[in-house]
Design a protein around this ligand. Structure first.
Ligand code: PGA
Length: 260
């Protein structure tokens, strides 16, 4: 695993935007795995700036990590609306190329299957991740076991409290979400996890330097051969030093899409 440590989140964000642009320039049909939350907001702003300077997204497909259950797509806090506001409405990506779980469906099981089929058809080239204070990635919350594929998850109290800042109060935060599973995330060719601020420092440390454990879902990234943690000073604050972390990684067996 690589660690890139920057003096500020804005410099870190420019680095990640450059990684995205580099992929887009070399791949005729790149698939980006995208995340929501506060962390990637400035990344999307930077990509919109790149677009205004001539970068086209017309050949890009996106697959988002997760969506709340029970919020209509046009609800201000739905992740569909978030992506539309922060990115899709401001670039030239065809909306048909943007994939999100549908949290309003009556048949959640069928929706999870539909999403897995999308992931099979559109293997992710670059997955952007944030990380929860509890070490979650997507909405894969700490538990005694983790699900591999797309599934419905009960959000933890910690996550509901953390996300209440976007709602009038915590009682309005949905208690369930649909999320890509850990294996689907690990099947991305390349993963960039962004973490900013001191309240992420412990989760970052436990992900990078602790055991691989379902208590810290992000620790499973240690098993992927091409992961970069992009951190500001505060999020890196509990790490010793700042450069590459010499952790072993193991190739995963091929998934259904042939990706490691
Ligand atoms: P945040 O959320 O970017 O809003 O901190 C990240 C996450 O919970 O995965």
């Amino acid at each position: 695993m690589k660690v890139r440590r920057f003096p500020s989140d804005s410099l870190a964000t420019v680095y990640v935007a450059a990684v995205v642009e580099e992929l887009m320039s070399r791949d005729p049909h790149p698939v980006l795995g995208l995340a929501t939350g506060s962390t990637p907001v400035n990344l999307y702003r930077q990509l919109v700036d790149f677009h205004r300077q001539g970068l086209s997204f017309s050949h890009v497909t996106t697959v988002n990590l997760d969506e709340y259950v029970g919020l209509p797509a046009d609800h201000p806090q739905s992740y569909r609306q978030f992506m539309f506001d922060h990115l899709f409405s401001q670039i030239d990506i065809p909306l048909a190329n943007t994939h999100m779980p549908n949290g309003m469906t009556l048949d959640l099981e069928a929706e999870c299957d539909r999403y897995d089929a999308i992931l099979e058809t559109h293997p992710i080239d670059l997955q952007i991740l944030g990380i929860g204070r509890n070490g979650h990635i997507g909405f894969n919350e700490p538990d005694i076991s983790l699900k591999t594929r797309t599934h419905v998850i009960e959000l933890t109290e910690d996550t509901i409290r953390a996300n209440a800042r976007f709602f009038d109060d915590a009682s309005q935060v949905p208690t369930r979400a649909i999320t890509m599973g850990i294996q689907s995330i690990l099947q991305a060719k390349e993963i960039v996890l962004m973490a900013f601020g001191r309240d992420k420092a412990e989760a970052v440390k436990r992900s990078l330097s602790g055991e691989v454990s379902t208590d810290v879902p992000a620790s499973f990234l240690q098993m992927h051969p091409n992961v970069t943690f992009v951190l500001d000073e505060e999020a890196a604050g509990h790490l010793e030093g700042g450069g590459a972390v010499g952790l072993p990684h193991w190739p995963l067996s091929s998934g259904a899409n042939g990706r490691p």
